[in-house]
Write a protein that binds this ligand. Structure first.
Ligand code: UD1
Length: 415
């Protein structure tokens, strides 16, 4: 029988903030404490890379560390580390910033289409670095880094954060134009400012960074709540005819997601403090049209989880993927479960069905994995999801959290 999610769930710190803020600690000579870190494999990988470079990390709890990068001297991050996560590209910006030199393997991560880093390179070059990206390694070197104006051709989270990292210790002022505005861009800027940087305008199109000589740390910083984890649980409520409240979130970061849920007929309420959001199923969701966009648009990282709701909604829905080339692989798996979805390039058409049925399916990336777990709960019968190592990259204790909401999930093997 299909199951449904009911109850309250606490949201962890944001994966995409954590994987940028941890490399950013390289800029600091001195200790700092970071809490609300999600306990996920992408974050563990950052710890491993930082320790391999010479950082001293004290693990205070599964979600809090004290880190001291004062004695780092190495500037190389080998491919065996970087192939495991896309965000390893932040080690280029942070090593270049502090040591004017970086040698970082090319980054791996979720297979969702081509993911160039030309805008990152353009930013480093604008600040005076020479980049050699032959042979699977990015070598960056600069006699000195000098502030400049950087206009991005595409809105890129990674390039914006890497430009911030490189400019923080550069001489003079850098202006980033057409910057990404995601909450984790703001989080990285807030973290660096807390440690002594001078970054203004994060969260808008234009970010100004006045270079400082050094960052000395000494402060404690708490990672912003994960908007995508929160959105995943809200979609899980909608897909499973449930009633879920996410707490320790920032409701305004979820606005594009909750607006779409309301449009589909779900009941959405927020508490007065704006740190709790409840989604309650009242009737079968209605069709919707979604286009994924940079923040504050609808996030591409919520596309697959929303696709499960649309597969079960009344009528014909459309998703246009506006960020990545190849993010519909999960739809083939949903079709095995009885969904009716046609993909044409960067668009998918969902003919809503009344129910999904369980079967073995395979996750092709992190968010696809979360979507298939949601589909498995909403479906009749048993579903086995393989490729769960993708999910562990970005969700802390996913089966524990889902089971606390009434699901019946058993982990068959460790990832
Ligand atoms: C980040 C997130 C990822 C999210 C994505 C979009 C992290 C670690 N990952 O990925 O979860 O799905 O933002 O919100 O934070 N592009 C270029 N050239 C570049 C850089 C990007 O053409 O140099 C293109 C990309 O191919 C893509 C678009 O710009 O089409 C946005 O990518 P970007 O925002 O950079 O995504 P990531 O930083 O890889």
């Amino acid at each position: 029988m299909a199951q449904s999610f009911h109850g309250k769930v606490v949201i962890n710190g944001a994966k995409n903030s954590a994987v940028a803020i941890l490399p950013a600690t390289i800029l600091i000579k001195g200790k700092c404490r970071i809490d609300n870190l999600p306990n996920i494999s992408d974050v563990t990988l950052c710890y491993e890379i930082l320790e391999s470079l010479g950082a001293e990390i004290t693990y205070i709890s599964p979600n809090e560390i004290e880190i001291d990068c004062t004695n780092i001297t190495k500037t190389e991050v080998p491919y065996e580390f970087t192939q495991k996560a896309r965000a390893s590209y932040y080690f280029i910006g942070s090593l270049l910033s502090r040591f004017k030199k970086a040698n970082v393997g090319s980054s791996g991560g979720c297979n969702i289409g081509s993911r160039p880093i030309d805008q990152h390179i353009k930013a480093f070059e604008a600040l005076g670095a020479k980049i050699d990206s032959e042979g699977g390694t990015i070598k960056a070197e600069a006699p000195e880094l000098k502030g400049n104006t950087i206009y991005f051709d595409v809105v890129s989270v990674g390039a914006t954060i890497n430009a911030i990292l490189a400019a923080t210790l550069a001489e003079g002022t850098t202006q980033i134009e057409n910057a990404a505005k995601e909450p984790h861009v703001v989080d990285v800027a807030n973290f660096l400012n807390n440690m002594g940087a001078n970054i203004r305008g994060a969260g808008t199109d234009i970010i100004k960074i006045t270079g400082v000589k050094e960052l000395t740390g000494g402060a404690t910083y708490s990672i912003v709540p994960d908007q995508i984890e929160a959105g995943t649980f809200l979609m899980a409520a909608a897909a499973s005819k449930g009633d879920v409240t996410v707490t320790n979130c920032i409701a305004t970061h979820l606005a594009s997601i909750t607006a779409k849920l309301e449009e589909m007929g779900l009941e959405v309420t927020e508490n007065d403090d704006g740190d709790e959001v409840r989604v309650r199923y009242v009737k079968r969701p209605t069709k919707a049209t979604i286009k994924t966009m940079p923040y504050p648009g609808f996030p591409t990282d919520m596309q697959a989880q929303t696709g499960v709701v649309l597969a079960l909604a009344e009528g014909t829905s459309i998703i246009n993927e506006g960020i990545f080339e190849s993010r519909f692989r999960y739809t083939e798996e949903l079709c095995k479960m009885g969904a009716q979805i046609t993909v044409n390039g960067k668009s998918a058409i969902f003919e809503g069905v009344e129910e999904l049925h369980g079967c073995p399916v395979s996750a092709s990336d992190l968010r696809a994995g979360a979507a298939l777990i949601i589909a498995g709960i909403a479906a009749t019968g048993e579903t086995t999801v393989s490729g769960i190592e993708y999910v562990d990259r970005g969700y802390e204790n996913i089966e524990k959290k889902f089971n606390s909401l009434g699901a019946n999930i058993t982990r068959i093997s460790e990832s």
